[in-house]
Ligand binder design. Structure first.
Ligand SMILES: *Cc1c(COP(=O)(O)O)cnc(C)c1O
Length: 371
């Protein structure tokens, strides 16, 4: 008999044998970039809080004010009682940044993908997506029940071949990609993708989770989605597009309709964070400067974004390298399958406005010794 306990234990053992077992390790964020990880103070190169906005005094003040006024939670979904006044201000900012008619805020970036993709495509439609797209997009595709094909990473010739072969067998077609790929730090060829979409009568959806501040928005994209949980420093997700499409999503996206609205304080904090990002050019430039400096110290080519992957290959080797760095006082996350393809386990270094040149130098010094 397969009891719940034996089934879980068997699965877990299989993961351990393949060096893919994961655990939650308590990590307290101290003054960034420091973290306290199981009692040890480390310099972290793990955060997606690229601009340090999660701890910006003005963001905290805006959130505190909203917290004092409206309390800890939204109380209901946005369609019911949860559509606090802060949402309008936040959406106005997103709209302005992305150059679109409308924007809609969801509970998280993950919920955006789960709600929006199935609203746009269903049985009889086709979804084409980059093979390195984030798990939430894959899950959105699965939920939609549309037909799908993956194109090779950033390979627009492959996308074109798939469109030529498949497009006319389906009703609607939707192309998905990320603007900046979170585990690789490279940028999608958006202009080419938009041109192909026009030619083959397809819609486009981009996930800008890691791209805000590093890739220019493009209002020719049908729907620009993203998260408020990374560079914006808070929590939540959004989708931007035409007034009609956003209106449609407000009516159809189940993860918006049937999930509680973000706490008002989170919305207020995010609006202030976006304002700071728009008005403080030096803040926006700093993460890439730090990544660039690190790449120079390593003798690597200049990065396109503040995400630099060090691809190791074998899972076990990547884990060992991560441990050695931890012993030297650094926290650099080890990324293994299924987050990345098999055989491409890596350290994922992310640089932020709060890193100092000295911290970047010491990391490069230790890493060069280990490689
Ligand atoms: C992190 C991430 C998400 C999820 O966003 P959350 O707001 O954390 O749920 C979605 N898409 C991509 C590409 C991401 O990197």
């Amino acid at each position: 008999m397969l009891t719940p306990a034996t089934f879980a234990a068997t699965e877990l053992n299989a993961l351990r044998e393949r060096h893919l077992y994961r655990t939650l390790r308590e990590t307290e964020r101290l003054d960034p970039p420091y973290v306290l990880r199981q009692g040890k103070r480390l310099i972290s190169f793990a955060s997606n809080d690229y601009f340090g906005l999660s701890v910006h005094p003005e963001v905290i003040a805006a959130a505190q004010e909203a917290l004092a006024r409206y309390g800890a939670g939204a109380g209901a979904s946005r369609l019911v009682e949860g559509n606090h006044p802060y949402y309008a201000a936040l959406e106005a900012r997103l709209r302005a940044i992305k150059g679109t008619e409308a924007a809609c805020v969801f509970g998280s970036g993950y919920l955006v993908a789960l709600g929006v993709i199935p609203a746009l495509a269903a049985k009889g439609d086709l979804i084409l997506f980059d093979r390195l797209c984030h798990a939430c997009m894959i899950d959105g595709v699965e939920l939609s029940q549309a037909g799908w094909k993956r194109f090779r990473h950033n390979d627009m010739a492959h996308l074109q071949a798939l469109l030529a072969e498949e497009r006319n067998k389906y009703r609607r077609c939707l192309i998905l990609t990320e603007t900046v790929f979170g585990m690789d730090g490279d940028i999608a060829p958006l202009d080419e993708m938009i041109a192909l979409a026009k030619r083959y009568d397809a819609m486009t959806l981009t996930d800008d989770a890691h791209g805000l501040g590093f890739v220019l928005p493009n209002s020719e994209i049908t729907l620009q989605t993203g998260t408020l949980s990374k560079g914006v420093g808070g929590y939540g997700g959004y989708v931007c597009g035409s007034a009609e499409l956003i209106d449609f999503l407000v009516n159809k996206a189940r993860s918006l309709l049937f999930s509680t609205a973000l706490p008002p304080a989170v919305a207020a904090g995010a609006a202030r964070a976006l304002e700071l990002l728009q008005t403080d050019a030096s803040l926006a430039a700093k993460p890439l400067e730090m990544a660039d400096y690190f790449a120079k110290m390593m003798g690597w080519e200049a990065p396109q974004t503040p995400i630099i992957p060090l691809i190791v290959g074998e899972d076990e080797k990547a884990v060992a390298l991560g441990q050695q760095l931890e012993e030297a006082g650094f926290f650099v996350p080890v990324i293994r399958p299924p987050t990345v393809p098999k055989g491409t386990a890596r350290l994922r270094l992310s640089f932020a406005a709060f890193h100092s040149k000295e911290q970047v130098e010491t990391l490069a010094f230790f890493l060069r010794k280990l490689l």
